[in-house]
Design a protein around this ligand. Structure first.
Ligand SMILES: O=C(O)CCC(=O)C(=O)O
Ligand SMILES: [Fe+2]
Length: 229
């Protein structure tokens, strides 16, 4: 972990997109990491995501609340072991609301509860291409929490996958929230910086947790999309 002379300050990266450095203290990071390790176990645990074009995502993923697959949501791990997705605990939904209030202000906290978490694990070579989080039906802000290795997080625009964008260093404990006019901005992770996790955390690699509101009706088994890859 790098130690600055001055603490890093919060930055509004774009209207509706705010980076809050060091939002999670060391104890909360450890707690969250312990929880991620449990969620990553089968059934419906950490998996490699296959894309419809025949490729695989380099970040591996586990979901809570609803299961994301390219490109929709389901109640079971339709592209994994088929088991029911693990529930999203109330404390994590509450943490998401606190995050939005901190980053964007209390008026930006959505009325509906956060009901989806996507947890991505990046090893030293993993990255994530520019994309939009557009499979949800709600406009509620996306909350992103980072643990472990630092990464370069690229936050772009709603129109194109390319410039203009801003590269932000996300470190262990950082919060990033994007909502309002930034909710559908393209973003990605071009690079992880291996060996930069705080040694006391005990994680090799990087974990990112995004919390989202699905905005789906309670019933159907497969909520969007057609067949899994
Ligand atoms: O790992 C990150 O910081 C971003 C993850 C992301 O964009 C996603 O899960 O959709
Ligand atoms: Fe995303």
């Amino acid at each position: 972990m790098e130690a600055e002379l001055f603490p890093r300050s919060r930055v509004r990266i774009a209207p509706g997109a705010v980076h809050v450095p060091d939002w999670l203290d060391a104890d909360r990071q450890r707690w969250l990491l312990g929880a991620c390790r449990e969620w990553a176990r089968p059934p419906a645990g950490l998996r490699t995501v296959r894309t419809p074009g025949g490729g695989t995502m380099t970040a591996r993923q586990v979901c809570l609340g609803l299961h994301w697959y390219p490109y929709g949501y389901a109640r079971t791990a339709v592209d994994g072991d088929g088991a029911p997705v693990k529930p999203l605990p109330d404390w994590l939904a509450t943490l998401a609301r606190e995050a939005v209030a901190t980053a964007l202000g209390p008026e930006a906290v959505p009325p509906e509860p956060y009901d989806i978490a996507l947890i991505n694990y990046y090893d030293a070579d993993a990255r994530m291409g520019m994309h939009r989080d557009s499979d949800e039906r709600s406009a509620a802000p996306v909350v992103s929490l980072s643990l472990g290795d630092t990464c370069v997080f690229r936050f772009g625009n709603t129109e194109t996958r390319t410039r203009p964008y801003t590269d932000v260093e996300l470190r262990s404990g950082d919060l990033f929230v994007f909502g309002g006019p930034a909710r559908l901005a393209h973003h990605g992770v071009p690079r992880v910086c291996p060996g930069t996790a705080p040694p006391s955390l005990g994680l090799t690699g990087r974990l990112n947790i995004t919390l989202r509101v699905g905005g789906f009706r309670p019933d159907p088994e497969r909520i969007m999309g057609d067949s899994p890859p």
